[in-house]
Ligand binder design. Structure first.
Ligand code: NAP
Length: 290
């Protein structure tokens, strides 16, 4: 069993850290809002630390799941950042969805200071985190990955190294690109069914298992038809992720016309007050712009 630190006890981090403790690892948590760390420690019996540095001191593995590039820099660097407390040979595992630029920057610092850095963004959402069934896509040095993988297994149904540092984040970009167009297509289908006067549930029952089927169709058609979006993966997070995808596409010369369009549709959803709505709320925008 390993000594682990977990930084960021949000929707994702709280249950992920809980799975580490349940697997028998010795876990110290840090959260910017200390009351959440206190609640986690009471529930799971681990320790809480007042700064990322103190959480990282003496840990074999330091996991983080915070918000964006700047948030990750804040918990890693500076006098109270985790990097100031990392032991030589320890491994930092970043589960935040961030750019590959910040990943390269932090990987380089980690290597210079004698510890490992694995980028390890996740998919599977809140339910995947709570059930310990996340998919984890990794980048970094093979020996660091090999050491981290059995610990990550506490909350993963699948964990794979895609390549060198940044490859995990690039894989997550592909995931978000594939989702964006798909959710818009599903929204158009559901809105079309309604306009055509046919029962969307019956439609999905018939087509859901065929070539048009998808995780989104199975798991989101009901709530789309019920006009419920107070759950799932927030539009604000999706726009953060799509901004990373579009900036990277610009750098590497990839074409993302549908992703760019859907990103603008999500901007409309934000202006409708839907920043925290699930990404399937594209259907609400379609109906509003009818
Ligand atoms: P969340 O519920 O908003 O939690 C964010 C966590 O990060 C909180 O613990 C927050 O602390 C902490 N944090 C944010 N900025 C910070 C800073 N500058 N310094 C220190 N701590 C900071 O977010 P989440 O849904 O868990 O998502 C976390 C990451 O996972 C994001 O990158 C997201 O894109 C990715 N992700 C999310 C999902 C999902 O379904 N939610 C799925 C896949 C990937 P406070 O408690 O003090 O605010």
């Amino acid at each position: 069993m390993a000594k682990c630190a977990f930084l960021g006890l949000g929707v994702m981090g709280h249950p992920m850290a809980g799975h580490l403790a349940a697997a028998g690892h010795e876990v110290t948590v840090y959260n910017r809002t200390a009351s959440k760390a206190d609640a986690w420690a009471q529930q799971h019996g681990g320790r809480m630390a007042p700064t990322p540095r103190e959480a990282a001191e003496g840990a074999d593995f330091v996991m983080a799941c915070v918000g964006n590039d700047d948030d990750l820099r804040q918990v890693c660097t500076g006098a109270d950042g985790a990097f100031a407390g990392m032991s030589e040979g320890a491994i930092f595992v970043d589960h935040t969805t961030v750019s590959s630029a910040v990943t390269h920057e932090l990987y380089a610092i980690a290597k210079a200071e004698g510890f490992g850095f694995v980028d390890a963004p996740v998919s599977g959402g809140q339910a995947g985190a709570e059930n310990g069934q996340l998919v984890v896509m990794c980048g970094g040095d093979q020996p660091d990955y090999d050491m981290a993988e059995p610990v990550i297994a506490a909350y993963a149904k699948l964990c794979k190294r895609i390549g060198d540092s940044g490859a995990g984040q690039k894989c997550k970009m592909v995931n978000q690109i594939c989702i964006a167009g798909l959710v818009q297509g599903l929204s158009e289908g559901m809105a079309f069914a309604e306009k055509a006067g046919i029962d969307g549930r019956a439609v999905v029952e018939v087509i859901g298992g065929g070539a048009a089927g998808s995780w989104q169709m199975v798991n989101r058609h009901e709530t789309m038809l019920d006009d419920k979006f107070d759950h799932g993966f927030a539009v604000d997070w999706m726009r953060k992720d799509l901004a990373i995808c579009l900036a990277t596409a610009e750098e590497i010369g990839a074409s993302l016309p549908v992703t760019a369009l859907v990103d603008q549709f999500y901007k409309d959803v934000q202006s409708m007050g839907g920043g925290r709505w699930d990404t399937s709320s594209l259907v609400k925008r379609l109906k509003a712009f009818d």
